[in-house]
Design a protein around this ligand. Structure first.
Ligand code: PSV
Ligand code: MN
Ligand code: MN
Length: 426
């Protein structure tokens, strides 16, 4: 299923006059504050977030998965779903694949399909957390950190194959997330595991094409519950430094212990020019993978405030690879992703409204109260008309969720693809 700009324009009609009123009210306020409104809108319109192919299927947990039906069964259909999201939001202009789940059969056709939908192939993900059918070695006791040379070599080679697949699609970065770790004290030797991992990553890095980047993701626990080899940003940064200039740390919002000051991690990494990738989600307890902004929107804003500061002041840091890494659980996956994209744009817009110069002056004067006021004034501004304006400027939907429902996208997908789902086999 593909949505056309004409379809969206027709649906937008009914909300345009309300939008104009809301936008002008906000414009008036922002101009009085000296905000460069046009610049904010351009930045919002330019901001593109990759959708991971695994976010489009049936949702749930390891205890059970529940389908919304009409879910994509092939790589082509996954691209079509991201195409729908992009048409509506104009913010989902990239896709992040996972190998071996998304191996293309016809590369040219897949590239063409993505192209026609306005989608780029962003970072590609390897998978050494599951054993594959017919594999010579098991990852039960580790992959890139494995003590067994066979398993470690197999994991390295898998990553190199992933790079080759990505290269043929036009992707330019590899994300490595390792499940490697231990469940029990004494199970394995920490130092040996870390050294093996470093050596494996160095081998992968050495084989990357010159214009590729390596993103090293960290996570404190799960699926292992005693230790994870790449447990935190410090370990990831150390490994990235051991690889080279094109290796970076990847921050996934859910991969922190409760109450970690993620915005400070972001600031530190950007100062060092080592923040490469960013995975959005939300959580209450751990790696909950909840819809972005659904539980801690103020934390998201504070993180964006550091990202905006870094994008303005740290030319040593590369452009970031943004991706949503959330799970919809019991929602329609596409509706959930629309909500996540909206939450990202809202937090970004709020952060763009922070008067950085005034904040610096208040900090200098140790006016702590003023500092808080400046942040919260931006956070409490209803920026949705700006986000809408950015979307409209690209031909997207005024209200993506409303348009999605009005156009009965899910019903149409079920009609095209049927009710069969890989989640339950029903
Ligand atoms: C597992 O925690 C995870 O969600 C990581 O965040 C990765 O980015 C993703 O799976 C895909 O490998
Ligand atoms: Mn992630
Ligand atoms: Mn995760």
């Amino acid at each position: 299923m593909q949505l056309t700009k004409d379809q969206l324009q027709t649906i937008n009609q009914s909300g345009l006059s309300r939008h104009e009123t809301d936008f002008n009210y906000l414009l008036d306020k922002l101009l009085a504050n000296g905000t460069a409104v046009e610049d904010v809108i351009t930045r919002l319109a330019d901001f593109q977030v990759a959708i991971p192919s695994w976010a489009l299927g049936a949702g749930g947990t390891r205890f059970g998965r529940f389908s919304y039906h009409g879910e994509p069964a092939s790589l082509e259909q996954k691209l079509d779903d991201v195409g729908v999201l992009h048409a509506l939001t104009q913010t989902a202009g990239a896709v992040s694949l996972h190998i071996p789940w998304d191996i293309p059969t016809d590369y040219a056709a897949v590239r063409e399909r993505a192209d026609s939908l306005g989608l780029k192939f962003d970072a590609i993900n390897s998978n050494t957390f599951q054993d594959q059918h017919g594999a010579d070695h098991s990852y039960k006791h580790g992959s890139l950190s494995a003590g067994e040379e066979g398993a470690r070599r197999q994991a390295i080679e898998h990553n190199l194959e992933v790079v080759e697949i990505g290269r043929r699609l036009g992707s330019q970065s590899l994300t490595v997330w390792l499940a490697d770790g231990t469940n029990f004290p004494g199970q394995r030797n920490f130092q040996r595991n870390l050294l093996q991992t470093q050596d494996s990553l160095q081998q992968i890095y050495a084989a990357l094409p010159d214009d590729w980047k390596l993103y090293i993701e960290y996570k404190p626990y799960e699926p292992n519950f005693y230790s994870t080899v790449i447990q935190d940003w410090g370990t990831s940064l150390m490994l990235a430094n051991a690889c080279g200039d094109r290796a970076f740390t990847l921050v996934d919002l859910g991969h922190h212990l409760p109450n970690t000051n993620i915005e400070q991690i972001v600031a530190t990494l950007m100062l060092k020019g080592k923040l490469g990738g960013f995975h959005f989600n939300d959580s209450k307890y751990g790696d909950d993978d909840l819809t972005v902004g659904s539980t801690k929107p103020y934390a998201l804003f504070l993180i964006f405030n550091e990202l905006v500061y870094g994008m303005r002041n740290n030319p040593q840091n590369p452009d970031l690879a943004w991706m949503i890494d959330a799970s919809h659980n019991v929602k329609d996956p596409l509706e959930d992703l629309i909500q996540s994209l909206e939450a990202i744009q809202i937090a970004y817009a709020q952060a763009l409204l922070v008067d950085q110069e005034e904040l610096a002056r208040a900090q200098e004067a140790h006016d702590v109260v003023r500092c808080q006021e400046i942040l919260q004034d931006a956070y409490r501004t209803d920026v949705r008309p700006l986000v809408q304006r950015a979307r409209l400027s690209r031909g997207g939907a005024l209200n993506p969720l409303h348009a999605y429902r009005k156009l009965e996208v899910r019903n149409e997908l079920i009609r095209e693809r049927g009710k069969h789902t890989v989640a339950t086999g029903l």
